[in-house]
Write a protein that binds this ligand. Structure first.
Ligand code: FAD
Length: 318
């Protein structure tokens, strides 16, 4: 069976959920071989094996933390050369997309970004992408070389699939460009205790209808009752009510949770662009004609200041 390289996103050995989702998709098209880099790489092996990695290639070096993406591209290319895989899967983060693009250029392949599904095809893996506010899905195949595919978080279930997960050290020689751009400082954001927006299974968002930063507490309370991340429309961000890091949409983040709850958001195309692939969409809006209602699975026509506290109370009481 053909091997499929899976780039591992981890924090000090703790594998992040989007990588476990990639393993589910990789098993549909071949045998997953994981590539884990940097501090704690070897510690990822257990979790990766439990989710189907037949082999884990590891390389620990200070360069992965001290410099931008090129050392990671060098390592992924070394894994590619060693394995000759049928496909390379990378999580669809900003970094993941840069790594994928650089690797594809180096190996003369095509790249597909932001896939939301993946299946085996007669002529290679076929990716599903979502376009125009989910009005269309497209099926795409890389026509030249080994497909390099980035996959959006929450596109596949995490499945237990115990495999050998044998650990092998990867032989990596860094290129001259690897140390071209040095990271000079890292400032971790203050933790809110909520899940990361792009990885969260549930996102609760607020828009202009929230009408002030002081009212975002309502949105946060609903989010906390569901263990959700908080998102915001650009109108709310531009008004200074919520940080730009939480903006969902064309010029913000792209999310694909199991459940997206839009409160006081009209559903402009640029907002949809960032949340259209959510599995279930709920909107609370006092205007029955708001375009967001064209997109939703469940809609509540009502004032969010009435609806959201009741919803939070009901969920908390269960
Ligand atoms: P509005 O469109 O003003 O809608 C507010 C909604 O709240 C209305 O439907 C109203 O009925 C409802 N409402 C008001 N009060 C209540 C209440 N008490 N209870 C219930 N409902 C209530 N937008 C993004 O979100 N993300 C982006 O990344 C983004 N990028 C953009 C990029 C470009 C190049 C451009 C041109 C625009 C971009 N926009 C983006 C802006 C986008 O076009 C919209 O202006 C924006 O999404 C509107 O935000 P909103 O829905 O919160 O506000």
């Amino acid at each position: 069976m053909a091997e499929v390289l899976v780039y591992v996103d981890h924090v000090d050995g703790a594998v992040r959920k989007p990588t476990l989702e990639l393993l589910t998709l990789a098993r549909r098209i071949g045998e997953p071989v994981a590539v884990a880099l940097g501090a704690g790489a070897a510690a990822t092996a257990g979790a990766l094996a439990e989710h189907g990695a037949v082999k884990v290639l590891t390389h620990e070096a200070a360069e992965y933390a001290d410099y931008l993406v090129v050392p990671k591209v060098d390592a992924l290319q070394a894994a590619y050369d060693a394995v000759s895989p049928a496909a390379v899967l990378v999580p669809s983060s900003a970094e993941g997309k840069e790594i994928a693009a650089r690797l594809a250029l180096r190996i003369g392949s095509g790249v597909i970004t932001d896939a939301v599904d993946l299946e085996a095809g007669d002529e290679g893996p076929v990716a599903t992408q979502s376009a125009f506010a989910a009005s269309f899905t497209t099926k795409t195949r890389v026509a030249k070389g080994t497909p390099v595919i980035t996959v959006k978080p929450n596109s596949a279930p995490v499945e237990a699939a115990p495999a050998a997960g044998s650990v092998e050290a990867l032989d990596v020689t860094f290129s001259a460009q690897a140390t071209g751009t040095k990271v000079t400082a890292r400032t971790p954001r203050e933790s809110t205790g909520r899940p990361e927006l792009t990885e969260a299974a549930i996102v609760v968002s607020g828009g202009r209808g929230v009408n002030g930063s002081e009212n975002f507490g309502l949105i946060e309370s609903l989010a906390d009752s569901l263990g959700a991340a908080v998102g915001a429309s650009r109108a709310a961000v531009d008004a200074g009510w919520y940080p730009h890091t939480n903006q969902v949409g064309q010029t913000g983040k792209s999310v694909s949770p199991q459940l997206y709850i839009a409160n006081g958001i009209s559903g402009a195309i640029q907002h949809r662009a960032g949340m259209q692939t959510s599995k279930t969409i709920v909107a609370v809006n006092k205007d029955a004609e708001a375009p967001i209602f064209d997109l939703v699975d469940y809609g509540v026509v009502g004032d969010l200041f009435d609806v959201v506290p009741q919803l939070t109370e009901e969920i908390n009481s269960r």
